[in-house]
Design a binder for this molecule. Structure first.
Ligand SMILES: NC(=O)c1ccc[n+]([C@@H]2O[C@H](COP(=O)([O-])OP(=O)(O)OC[C@H]3O[C@@H](n4cnc5c(N)ncnc54)[C@H](OP(=O)(O)O)[C@@H]3O)[C@@H](O)[C@H]2O)c1
Length: 288
């Protein structure tokens, strides 16, 4: 199967490159903005036709959560219109799509892990535009799914783990938010899951509805996550708990965004590692 990974130079796209060798049955083509801007409808159609693309893993996104508050038009262009371009192009060739979305489509007021059917109610522009992108897939006739994930980090790009390692080496103390609860996700684990789903010929990927949740197992606050980063890296930096109200940001974030992953585990027969184990794996990769 010829698979296109869009936004291929980002965190998830880069981790897909690293684990692709385990999926010899997939011929994966990688493209980021210089090769393929998903906002350019003609370019998308041409790229898919020329390369005989049969499936897309859409990792391209406008991911600057705070910047999106003042730049909704550009966020929407990539996260909604860009996704629609991919969906329409794949409808033409009767292909498949795995589209990646976010826990930020929820408002964070539910006291239990979010199921796929729970009401979405994004509280920021990033989440709003990501929801619009989800709808492009959900409302299509395409064999396509949306995988919502949360707190993504990897060995590549800028992310919380790399920021904590840098700050932990520079500072003796660090204040980190303890009243936002979620689940960290190692992009390497999500990358592997996307390729498992596509590589199994038996998988009609949207057989049980189009939305799935994926994060690592377990629950943490940003404070817990930061503390684990310091411990694993043996950094002598004290992490202190900070309340969200004392760290104002342009975009509001959900206070609770743990995702229930029962459906993806059952339908695709996958197991998901505990977040701390995956964090150790990622840090090993960073240090190697
Ligand atoms: N990061 C998180 O914490 C998080 C949490 C939940 C869900 N997600 C979702 O997970 C997915 C992957 O996230 P990520 O962290 O891997 O993102 P990322 O590192 O920001 O990578 C996104 C890539 O897409 C590229 N891109 C932007 N606009 C594009 C366009 N018009 N055409 C083609 N490529 C374009 C970006 O290029 P530039 O860098 O040049 O803009 C970047 O290389 C996204 O859908 C994101 O919304 C992320």
């Amino acid at each position: 199967m010829n698979v296109l990974v869009t936004g291929a130079n980002g965190q998830l796209g880069s981790e897909i490159k690293d684990c692709q060798h385990n999926f010899k049955e997939l011929n994966v083509v990688y493209a980021d903005i210089p090769d393929l801007d998903i906002c350019n409808e003609d370019a998308v159609n041409t790229f898919i036709t020329i390369n005989g693309i049969e499936a897309i893993i859409n990792c391209a996104a406008y991911t600057a959560v705070d910047k999106a508050e003042g730049d909704a038009q550009n966020a929407r262009k990539v996260n909604a219109k860009g996704v629609l371009n991919l969906v329409k192009a794949m409808e033409n060739v009767k292909g498949k799509i795995i589209h990646i979305s976010t826990d930020y489509v929820f408002d964070g007021t539910k006291p239990l892990p979010y199921n796929e059917e729970d009401t979405v109610s994004p509280i920021g522009f990033y989440g709003k535009t990501k929801r619009e992108g989800e709808l492009a897939v959900i409302n299509s006739s395409l064999e396509g799914i949306v995988i919502r994930t949360s707190w993504l980090y990897s060995a590549y790009g800028n992310n919380f783990v790399k920021t904590m390692i840098r700050l932990g080496s520079e500072k003796e103390k660090l204040n980190v938010i303890f009243d936002q609860i979620g689940s960290p996700t190692y992009a390497g684990d999500l990358a592997n899951t996307c390729l498992v789903i596509l590589s199994n010929e038996q998988n009609r990927i949207d057989k049980a509805g189009k939305v799935y949740h994926f994060s690592n197992e377990g629950v943490a606050s940003w404070y817990d996550f930061a503390t684990a980063v310091m411990k694993i890296n043996k950094l002598d930096c004290e992490v202190l708990p900070l309340e969200t109200k004392d760290y104002p940001t342009l975009a509001k974030r959900p206070h609770y965004s743990v995702l229930n992953k029962t459906k993806i585990k059952k339908n695709f027969k996958i197991t998901i590692p505990y977040w701390r184990d995956s964090l150790e794996k990622c840090i090993q990769k960073l240090n190697s």
